[in-house]
Design a protein around this ligand. Sequence first.
Ligand SMILES: [Zn+2]
Ligand SMILES: [Zn+2]
Length: 398
Amino acid sequence: MGEVVPAPTRVPDTRCWRCILLNRLCDRMPICKTCLDLGNDGLRILSCKRGEITKDFDEAFSGFNEIAPGTWWYRSGDRCWKMTVDWEKFGRDVALIYGVVDWTWLLPENKRIARGATIVPFLDQFANARWHEVDGHTTIIHSAAYLAMACDLPTPILAALRCLVISYNIGQIDANMPFGWFVNDDFGYDQYEIQQGSYEPRTPAQTSTFYPEIVVERLSEGDPLLEEPIRPVYSDDCLATLLRTTVESTRVLLLKGDPTNWPSVFYVLCILLLVHSDLDVASSFTDVFRTAANSLYHGIENLAALYLHCCEDMHPLNDEGIDADWFHLMVGPDPAFDPEEDYFRWNNAWLETRTVAHVTLTATCNVNEHPGQPDERTKTVKSFLRHLTQLVDGRVGF
Ligand SMILES: [Zn+2]
Ligand SMILES: [Zn+2]
């Protein structure tokens, strides 16, 4: 069963990632001798990198304060805004039945008791139909949650899914904000009350609909928050900290060089892309999340480079279609899968993704950039992430 992965605290290994994986000494030059000897082509996927990926996260996420679950505030010019996504309008009990909530909601009053026991109910929100009801991204998230439950060792999937709950709330503001309402605008409204919360009790024959209450308000003169400088409130439960934990513990997991960890890493990359997507679309109503989104994508690129370096073409998006053994390793513990039927469904979906991607690329990109080399498709970090983004976006009807 999965456990929370603490952020790595040991004295950091200062060797470059390639030398750590090869268990070699590293001369710590900007490009070490091991990496230099590979030449440009050998460094195409992974250059000589070392240390943490998320060094700039503090700065990148400092534009907004997460003061409570579902509540942020930020300053734009001399105005200060507070945004709230409230699932508790009808009480916490209703939210626990119909919503997807953060892990901390499930902890008993005395947090020292049974922290581990609350992990399964948290993951179960994603493994059962609940996540589908609120978001619709099912297959990837569903399998990721099952894998996390089946892991004997700590898995970064848990922290990644907690990030997804938070970014989903941010995405809810964007999804419900009327087109053209840019909250930073000095000439805009003082308050955007987007939608009253509502829910329809579930009956056996129907799925529920459950909406949060969303309020975005400009704080007036004299509000105590205005006297506060913007500073990050970094608790263990805020997005910046959880993302850092997710990315760094995934990096540490990859550097162990154990292939059985690769499926978890694949799912973490998928979930991080969804988190990035939520932050990215939020720039339609405020630019406050933009720097954070850019920084996160940079982190995903670094992680993807290390992942591709480790597993080469042993990943589900390789050009030959999905490897059957690899697929079964990925979904192994999930009783909801029919091994044969679901393999063909995934494989067909992937082949279709490639076709769609190829048509899109041909239509939108400079043909000189993509001169039809078949190995270009997933063998660079950029193209791998482009294909993975299409997979998690479910554009091919997963
Ligand atoms: Zn080295
Ligand atoms: Zn190196």
